[in-house]
Design a protein around this ligand. Sequence first.
Ligand SMILES: [Zn+2]
Length: 268
Amino acid sequence: MIDIGVNLTNSRFAKDYDDVLKRAKLAGIQHLLITAPDLANTQQAIELCQNDSRFLSCTAGVHPHDADNVSQDYIALLSQLAQHSSVKAIGECGLDFNRNFSTPENQLAVFKAQLSLAAQLNKPLFLHQREAFDVWFECLTPYFDKIPAMVSHCFTGDKKQLMCCLDAGMYIGITGWLCDPRRGVELQELVKYIPLDRLLIETDAPYLTPKNIKPKPKSSRNEPCYLSYIVVKLAEKMRYSVDELIMQTTLNAQQVFNLKQLKGGEND
Ligand SMILES: [Zn+2]
């Protein structure tokens, strides 16, 4: 299994980082992609990747929540960071009009600058969107044929939005949101429309702990070692076997993020 979204530089992993990775490996995770929300965390993520490059890759980008805080020269700096061999995508970037932690104007400017950078560097996009679908999709449209792959990370939209994303050729990232008996109901109905070759799995840890873990973990913190609970729920709702889902999502992640070096049954 490949977890395509872990916020591993989050301070909630600082204390037992090594154990988190150990548990992830024991749980069958063969690679994970660290999600970077800003430049400092991108730098930190690259350093983590360098210590364990077979197991870790990362994104490089600015989350819409951080759009108000960028420096004058952030795109030049981001461009430099993004060219490191551990960086497999630009992101997490996008629009979040749900909480507007940064102004919509700044979110748009920072998002568009990263789209242009991804096209220039020929890197995939790791995309965030909340309550901004139409504007977000409009920003992306000119880039559909200019960017190698787009991942709608932590998809939580409706059927119409899902179809728009699929028609545009996007990959769909499914998190533990799916396992929530209340918030996840709509998504549980929708996942059957996602073609297997467009599906990716992610914990988004430390957020979104799957609600189907038994017994319920003592800590509210999510970890990559819980990825299989998302797969089990997907298998139930998509009517594929767990093995089929693991095989195909692993292949998809390798293709999207250019992780080809993992092929050939490499194990630790
Ligand atoms: Zn996100």
